[in-house]
Design a protein around this ligand. Sequence first.
Ligand SMILES: Cc1cc2nc3c(=O)[nH]c(=O)nc-3n(C[C@H](O)[C@H](O)[C@H](O)COP(=O)(O)OP(=O)(O)OC[C@H]3O[C@@H](n4cnc5c(N)ncnc54)[C@H](O)[C@@H]3O)c2cc1C
Length: 413
Amino acid sequence: MRVIVVGAGLAGLTCAKVLAERGTEVTVFESSDGVGGRVRTDEKDGFLLDRGFQVYFTAYPVSKRHLDHRALDLKPFDPGAIVCRGSKRNVLSDPVRDPKALVPSLLSDAGTFPDKVRTLRLVVSSISQRAETAGELEGADSSSLELLRSYGFSERIIDDFYRPFYGGIFLDRSLATSSRVLRFTLKMLSTGKTAVPACGIGEIPKQLAARLSLDAVRTESPALRLLWDGERVAGVETTDEQHEADAVVMATDAPTARKLTGQATPEGSVGQLCAYYAADGVAGGKKIVLNAEDGGFVNNAVKISAVAPLYAPRGKHLLSAVALGWFDLPDEEIYRRGIADVTRWYPEADLTPLAIYRVSYAQFPQPPGVHEELPENRASTPGLVLAGDYTEDSSINGSMLSGEKAAGEVMRA
Ligand SMILES: Cc1cc2nc3c(=O)[nH]c(=O)nc-3n(C[C@H](O)[C@H](O)[C@H](O)COP(=O)(O)OP(=O)(O)OC[C@H]3O[C@@H](n4cnc5c(N)ncnc54)[C@H](O)[C@@H]3O)c2cc1C
């Protein structure tokens, strides 16, 4: 049996890995110059620059089936966050994971004591359900904002903590994202660590690709169209050749999959702008720094080299500052606004601009109810299987589950 996978993102690589483990001949066609899709890391002047700030949850149930965490040398963030409003900073911790920080957390004025008790209740109710993805969580879905309000959280902790914290995860501060994503993420945060691989987030797909034979992945080989044998998909055409196969797994992003297959996939996108600076004098340690101010520029920032030292050359530090939107601003203005926000929180910070990533398509939007409407891996067309985060949820874990399920569909067919 010969299988073609289109796209060497996490979904395509996981699918190819599972198929290869079962002895199937598989070729992955990737349009770009490397593996990883949305999960890649560049090197510049000794700094490791992830293509947009992203984190890995060690509790992700699917990805840990396929990844060797030890070999990734995962470096954890400190739990909780530093919440900034103007020049004021508050340490907010997750008492479940970081008991020693309970006292400063309870004393901080980002949220009242009852809000912290509500947070604990929400954590307990979120970790009690068994689920491999957000979409598998049971119970009525609503927006995250509605969920938080139904728990009685004060508007203050919603604005000061939940909007910037989950804004950084959902890439949208409005909290309109499905409460299932909030619950599932909370479960991951509370039952494992938040981390990055020592040598950059791009090590995750590289580890998957290393499990395939050397010639299995062909980069700079975009699939231009599907080949048909009557009603059945029979292969793909790339720029140089036609390639026949018994099954084609379309593992691109949702818009490309829609264009190439005609199948319905989720519309729209949420994005992230990530500015990197060589940083001196920024404190904050291994915690994420959140901007509680509405209308601010930076949503969240972190001295990522404090978490994973190899992100910066010896003796230097790397700071990543994330904004949600603002893609049209010129680079100088982005750097200037980033510096203005960070130096308000850390006046001693000395930031030198390094690079900017404008990632307009980071995730597909996940409003309440979206998970019930996502496409199945098994397409209505014989010979075609769909893979990609858009069949599960928009995350590292969701995309890998999608790849795993797609491989199962191919084997069944
Ligand atoms: C900035 C950012 C922050 C994120 N933060 C997090 C986070 O903190 N935690 C988390 O779990 N998730 C996060 N995510 C989401 C997560 O990275 C994605 O859900 C996941 O990587 C999607 O993988 P995928 O394989 O489904 O799709 P993709 O990574 O998009 O892979 C699709 C692949 O198909 C290729 N392709 C497209 N068209 C063609 C064609 N015609 N022919 C051949 N190949 C083609 C693409 O080049 C790409 O390599 C973030 C994403 C971004 C971008």
